[in-house]
Design a binder for this molecule. Structure first.
Ligand SMILES: NC(=O)CC[C@H](N)C(=O)O
Length: 241
């Protein structure tokens, strides 16, 4: 498997993900067309605006290729709008809905935390991630007009939940009763986060994701997948037309 990581580059925070990959010495490439998915080892679907992203993906006929990629078993990570894309079901969509890639057995509320004005930052505890990657047990989480996972199937592992202040008016009645929603999950090769790790200086989420790949030792030694990583200041990022 190649150690090249594709980042869906239609709209949203794809440059920020590419910058983190660069910091880790991993080759990242922009994905804008179906053929750009060939020969990738993993794929990141960034945050942004899922309706716009869906329209652009449809325009470029990307959905069948994205679904095929998910089915290969290679790691795919959706952050925020990317999480919505990966979910089997989304609620709170614009009328008529939007196309999803699917694969992640969960129901996502598209704008669970409210409008752009209700964006916030917080610390979340992710014990499994901290155990694997070391460092402090909490992670800075940036929620921008963020979704949340309302329901997850039996094969979905919950990596993090967020307890919100009871009485927050923008939050759905049903979830209010619990005061807690799921914000990070993993299901086999799929990782989903409702927040934006690429907007923080903490690279542990990216390292965790990269380790989900079945890379050969040789590939891993030239990328940031092992502890004895060779850091490179700069790598060339092919930009596809
Ligand atoms: N920061 C984000 O990716 C926001 C996602 C947004 N809620 C949407 O529906 O697309």
């Amino acid at each position: 498997m190649t150690a090249t990581v594709g980042v869906l580059a239609l709209q949203g925070s794809y440059n920020e993900h590419l910058a983190v990959l660069r910091r880790l010495g991993v080759k990242g490439v922009q994905v804008r067309k179906p053929e750009h998915l060939n020969d990738l080892g993993a794929l990141i679907i960034p945050g942004g605006e899922s309706t716009t992203m869906a329209k652009l993906a449809e325009y470029h006929n990307l959905f069948p290729a994205l679904r095929d990629f998910v089915r290969t078993g290679k790691p795919v990570w959706g952050t925020c709008a990317g999480l919505i894309f990966l979910a089997n079901k989304a609620v709170g969509q614009k009328s008529g809905g939007q196309e999803l890639i699917g694969g992640l057995d969960c129901t996502v509320h598209r704008n669970f935390f409210g409008s752009q004005l209700e964006s916030f930052e917080t610390q979340i505890s992710v014990p499994e991630l901290a155990a694997k990657e070391g460092g402090p047990p909490c992670f800075r989480a940036v929620f921008i007009r963020a979704p949340a996972i309302l329901e997850a199937g039996p094969d979905v592992e919950i990596l993090a939940s967020y307890s919100f202040p009871i009485g927050k008016p923008t939050i759905e009645e049903a979830a209010l009763q619990e005061g807690k929603v799921i914000v990070a999950v993993r299901q086999a090769n799929l990782l989903g986060t409702a927040f934006h790790p690429e907007l923080t200086a903490d690279v542990r989420w990216h390292r965790f994701f990269l380790k989900m790949g079945k890379w050969t030792e040789e590939e891993a030694s030239t990328s940031a997948l092992g502890p004895d990583v060779q850091r490179r200041d700069r790598i060339d990022l092919p930009i596809f037309e």
